[in-house]
Design a protein around this ligand. Sequence first.
Ligand code: TYD
Length: 193
Amino acid sequence: MLITLEGLDGSGKTTAWRALRDRYPGAVFTREPTDSWYGEAVRRSIDDEDADPLAELFLYMADHADHLSRVIRPALAEGSLVVSDRYSDSRIAYQAATLSDADVPDPFEYVRSIHDPVSRPPDATLYLDVDPETAAERSGGTNKFEHVDHLRAVRERYERLLADEPERFVRIDATRPQAAVLDDVTDAVDRLV
Ligand code: TYD
């Protein structure tokens, strides 16, 4: 089973991912961007204010392709529970937002369409929901993706994903204190597995 954690920067998904790692020591814990050189290329692009958004999308896709073949598919084939901190929905939400000013018609559908034939969809996704103001404040605005307006655009696209596939998503109110959020996260995963 593949479970993914999604949310805006500052939503606390990495803390949730760590709590799950302690609770499910036998599972495979992974993340995107990955630690491979593809993931490093992605991080270089994140730090580059002038990166071309379409070029950036394909760096993320290259990292995803490598992640699928090297980590995700082998772990699932072995029957492991796999938990990924960010996955395809991050691309659809974030890159659809960064591409909104580029020459790409319907970026949301476009980014989704390049996943469909090649990716392995998550079985369930925990969405840690925070408002863009809280997200920007918590994440400290260290990169170009963390500004409030941008986060607002990203959140709209996450909402569209949740509306399209309500059965896949578990929405968790991540504006509450961390202990309450972590309780909901572990309860949700306990129910799923
Ligand atoms: P994040 O998980 O927040 O990493 P860290 O905890 O190290 O800051 O991801 C880094 C940034 O990358 C974040 O702003 C979201 C962005 N991102 C995308 O825009 N598209 C993607 O497909 C992924 C995986 C991440």
